[in-house]
Design a protein around this ligand. Sequence first.
Ligand code: SAM
Ligand code: SF4
Length: 469
Amino acid sequence: MLVDTEGLENFIDENAIHEIIRTTTQPESARVRDILDKAREAKGLTLEETACLLQAEDPELNEMIFETARAVKRAIYGNRLVLFAPLYVTNECGNNCTYCGFKADNTELDRRTLSPEELQREVRVLEDMGHKRLLLVYGEHPKFGADWIAETVQTVYDTVAEKSGEIRRVNINCAPLDVEGFRKLSDVGIGTYQCFQETYHTKTYAALHPTGHKKHFLWRLHALHRAMEAGIEDVGMGPLLGLYDYRFDILSCLAHAAELEKRFGVGPHTISFPRLEPALNADIAFNPPYPISDMQFKRLVAVLRLSVPYTGLILSTREDRIMRRELLDLGVSQISAGSRTYPGAYTDPNYDRPDVQQFCIGDNRSLEDVIQEIVQNGYIPSWCTACYRLGRTGEHFMELAKKGFIQEFCHPNSLFTFKEYLHDYAGEATRSIGIPLIQNEVDNFPAKRRDLVETRLHRIEEGERDLYL
Ligand code: SAM
Ligand code: SF4
């Protein structure tokens, strides 16, 4: 694949974004209240309004932002929470991102690329835990092209564990491809293509990505355009927080989202907001040049929820249990759980391995432990993949989401997948809290919907699988 940046424009106007930040520092309380009134309507916010909220540091205003975010989150997403696991396929990489344990210059890292058989073994372990949605993660090595990536996706879809069933949606986080390459991923049926810009500040980007394909800022900036051009309707974006001023990178990310919407009629399906985590031989990851405090981070998630109410917000296990718990209420709609961050990790009995992993994770709990906690907090874990499989993706999904579809379809579907989980994978402790939660949700449906949901839950009890609306 040739990296070709000719004719590509930087649609992020750095000066304009810096100017927005400058003119909205310490916003007036009345201004913040007005913006929150608008945010309650769940129609999104402008960059200027978003910048005001990001910089409202007064504790009382913060609490108001949090309250509004909780209300919007609940109104759109209810109490369901989508779960997935990352699966690292290779840690071989030709780039030198200064913050990443997989960088080419890190000679102490044990390099591994899963063979098809090893990949199958990893998938079976994840299937036996109850996972139905995976995010495949790849280093960027010139020897691995789109054909190979597509083959690994196919291997995952083809792997069905005897005990427990199949993976129903494979998302991808790999380096940017050309349109032809993305078409191969589209043809093999990937769900979301995810690519983080890391930082939108070109000077910082250049300093942190000195060699390899990734040094080409514009090639990466246009990756999601190429993916959408190739027919991948769900794309995911995000900055890596800690590399540059988080306000600049979040606003730029939203400008990126707006650019996609202008061009393709739909913005990103998901936004992620990873914070830098310690990684082997990556000093900058231990001492981020622009650290972001926990309070700033929480506010940022709440503000994202208000700024792009219908975009999924993804939280990984980089964050610890307490932070993850708080962010669920403030806006997060998808979390990874039981994650490990190196190739072969799920079949490795000694999985605490800094010599192979990409970065350290903050929440080491098993999938089942995470599920128990979220159920105790009133959330329904969901492995639903109905939209993607029924073609409700991209613009189509967004239109439906705006009409309250998430509550009407996604909510029952989450109950069906949770019921399957309880039946096929959960231990007694999880069942004892999960079954009453499902019953309570069923009781709260209007009568007509309740009958339909109850019938399907009964069919699952009887052994049918993969039912959805
Ligand atoms: N190699 C591909 C790429 O760079 O786009 C995809 C996989 S890469 C492992 C996925 C993401 O991990 C990167 O986009 C980056 O945001 C994140 N990452 C890298 N180093 C990290 C660190 N030390 N802490 C947290 N996240 C990190
Ligand atoms: Fe390689 Fe991606 Fe890590 Fe950069 S972030 S070193 S491209 S794996």
